[in-house]
Design a protein. Structure first.
Length: 179
């Protein structure tokens, strides 16, 4: 009789209700906090357009560009667990997909406000402060997977990075002699 191997992958945390992504001004470090508990500690590596996320017992994620208008979340094994893809030319709408879910991230008409929706019904609101995205409030009526929230934050807080390919990498075919 064949046995089915068990998955040793830790369960990804979710957010239900209110949570905050906070960072001091001009800092590259962020924390995702809910009910005074740190769910994730993030570090932005702006020069290479990457964010690392320490999710405690659930492991680590790296969020990196994967071509024009696409950012993916990769776990410690190098496996993609989620991705966000720009679906509108102006960057006002994105598709978030992951293991067992699919959402739309949509910009609201009001400044610094976004929402995540399922079948055109908003289920999560993402709101930045009046001046910056150094304090982001997340309100969710459904259990929202943390990778989906972090990918949404990644493209909302740094839209030019979501639209860009890694600029630190120069294809060999474009290199000139002596460079």
């Amino acid at each position: 009789m064949a046995t089915v191997p068990t998955m040793n992958r830790p369960r990804m945390p979710t957010i239900t209700g209110e949570a905050d992504l906070v960072s001091p001004l001009f800092s590259s470090r962020w924390r995702l906090v809910q009910n005074d508990r740190v769910i994730a500690e993030l570090r932005r590596l702006g020069r290479i357009y990457v964010t690392t996320a320490d999710l405690g017992p659930a492991g680590r994620l790296i969020m990196e560009p994967a071509g024009q208008g696409t950012v993916r979340a990769i776990d410690e094994r190098g496996e993609e667990v989620a991705r966000i893809v720009r679906t509108s030319w102006l960057g006002r709408r994105f598709e978030i997909t992951g293991l067992g879910y699919g959402y739309e991230l949509v910009s609201d008409p009001r400044p610094r406000r976004w929402h995540i929706e399922i079948a055109h019904a908003p289920v999560t609101e993402i709101t930045g402060s009046l001046v910056s995205y150094n304090n982001v409030r997340v309100r969710s009526s459904l259990a929202m997977p943390v990778p989906a929230v972090l990918l949404a934050w990644h493209v909302v807080a740094r839209p030019w990075e979501a639209a860009a390919e890694p600029r630190g990498l120069i294809p060999a075919t474009h290199m000139r002699a002596g460079t």
